[in-house]
Write a protein of this length. Sequence first.
Length: 131
Amino acid sequence: MSKPRWIGLGFVFLWFFIGGIAHFAATDLEMRIVPPYMPSARAVVLATGVFELLGAVGLLMGGTRRVAGIGLFLLTIAVTPANIYMLQRADLFSVPHWALVLRLPLQVGLLALIAWSTDVFTMRSRLSART
């Protein structure tokens, strides 16, 4: 793995490891961004925190890195409604509007970084990769 890819992987790891911890350290704050149409905000926050931490740990091992990348890629897409909700209801949050607007294209960048650093879209099998 190239040095830039390692750096990207390190960023993705820190993003989800710190974010996963935040789901438990600041559960009530995290619950505020769950759109009201979703049931059980606490359960959603705790479950996504578990998935973020599992994904981050999975990035550390070569044998699970791609699967962890796929999971984190899908999880990032799954939390998009929360980011859109924050933008739609910016008046409820103490975040500058420009930051909420910038968050969505940055999320696309995060998706690209996850995919690139973990080979999410590589279709070859492990067996063919060894030969």
